[in-house]
Ligand binder design. Structure first.
Ligand code: NAP
Length: 347
């Protein structure tokens, strides 16, 4: 496949840095343009980015100069795809400008996720939602488009709900999260607020977890979410309780989860196993499991009966918030789009 030139909007942030790490040597994508806020324009990436990733900053990107976040920044670079990792209010203003200028925007921001004509995509779950792009381009008169990926906690949970829904049906879901500080961006939560502490509220997070999975799954069961910020760096842990539509054994549930994704055609960023099912009662843990499958797998453990819910099962699930929960999912979505040559319109 001919490589596609790409740009990153918000290249210096927590998610932007993961994009940099994952795109620096990508087989389909060529990293051409880095954009951030106006103050950083014209400066080399290595000078302005507070690099947070343990692997070294890729050499190729150190001297790339930050460009202003506008479509004109792309001129003469042959960029086709823009990966967006800016805050929602900025995304609301900027992403349509890029789509209008003909760019294919794959966004992590929440600004357009719930709009009817915008795919909220997890490529392994609802690839058919890309069909919405035809209507989007027509009604908005955009030669480009916007595809969004869900909130980080939603991606992790929905990957687990999908095989359970398909095989057994779901009546209701109760979920409680323990979310890492990198989920709040950089600098994010003040250290005095989070060290030796747990914060019992994350703004707008519960609403996203209760609505986004239903759009992705085309489902109408009820979800009740309770979201907490904890003092881990990366990796969101979720305590999930599900009422299934029929009685099922724990062994059947484990098998269905472990088998999920086997039929999905492997893309460059696909993990070997989508869901890693463990019987170790001490797993999953953020420290030990967040980088499973290069951060693209979700680890599922402590699968056991929930004796309160009807046909109840409970489990702990864990995924990497800035990889599977953000940049990695966006890249995988774009890989799916590119592999399937879904070139709805070109610039
Ligand atoms: P972050 O660390 O705060 O980074 C924000 C990025 O946006 C920075 O690169 C920043 O550039 C840039 N930016 C801010 N204002 C801008 C402007 N006016 N014009 C151009 N660029 C601007 O946030 P993050 O955690 O990476 O999150 C990025 C997006 O992904 C958000 O919408 C977030 O909700 C979503 N998301 C985050 C996670 C996660 O785990 N962190 C997971 C899923 C989705 P400067 O350095 O120049 O300020």
């Amino acid at each position: 496949m001919k490589k596609i030139n790409v740009g990153i909007l918000g290249a210096t942030g927590m998610v932007g840095q993961r994009f940099m790490e994952m795109l620096a040597h990508h087989p389909y994508f060529n990293l051409k343009v880095l954009m951030a806020s106006k103050d950083l324009v014209g400066k080399p990436y290595s000078q302005v980015c507070n690099w947070f990733i343990s692997r070294e900053m890729p050499k190729e990107v150190c001297s790339m100069l930050i460009k202003e976040a506008k479509p004109e920044a792309m001129s003469n670079n042959g960029v086709e795809i823009v990966f967006s990792a800016v805050p929602a209010d900025i995304a609301k203003e900027l992403e349509p400008k890029f789509a209008l200028a003909g760019y294919k925007v794959f966004s992590n921001a929440s600004a357009f996720r719930m709009e009817e004509d915008v795919p909220l995509l997890i490529a392994e779950i609802n690839p058919d939602h890309l069909e919405l792009l035809k209507a989007q381009q027509q009604s908005r008169r955009w030669p480009g488009f916007i595809v969004t990926n869900p909130n980080c906690t939603t991606i992790i949970m929905t990957l687990v709900l999908k095989p359970l829904l398909d095989n057994f049906g779901i009546k209701e879901v109760l979920v409680s999260t323990m979310q890492a500080v990198s989920g709040a961006g950089y600098p994010g939560v003040a250290s005095l607020d989070i060290i030796d502490n747990v914060l019992p509220y994350i703004r707008e997070e519960e609403e996203k977890m209760e609505s986004e999975p239903l759009k992705i799954l085309d489902a109408d069961f009820k979800i009740s979410a309770s979201c907490h910020r904890v003092a881990t760096t990366d990796g969101h842990l979720e305590d999930l309780h599900i009422s299934l539509a029929k009685p099922v054994s724990i062994e059947q549930i484990k098998k269905v989860l472990a088998d999920f994704g086997k039929d999905f055609k492997k893309l460059s960023s696909s993990p070997e196993k989508l869901l890693i099912v463990t019987d170790d009662p001490m797993r999953p843990q953020p420290k030990l499991d967040r980088l499973a499958g290069n951060g693209m797998s979700v680890t599922v453990g402590r699968i056991r009966e929930d004796s309160v819910l009807e046909n109840g099962v409970k489990m702990n699930i864990l995924g990497h918030n800035t990889i599977r929960g953000a940049a990695g999912q966006s890249i995988l979505n774009a890989e799916f789009w590119a592999e399937n040559n879904l070139n709805y319109k070109s610039i």
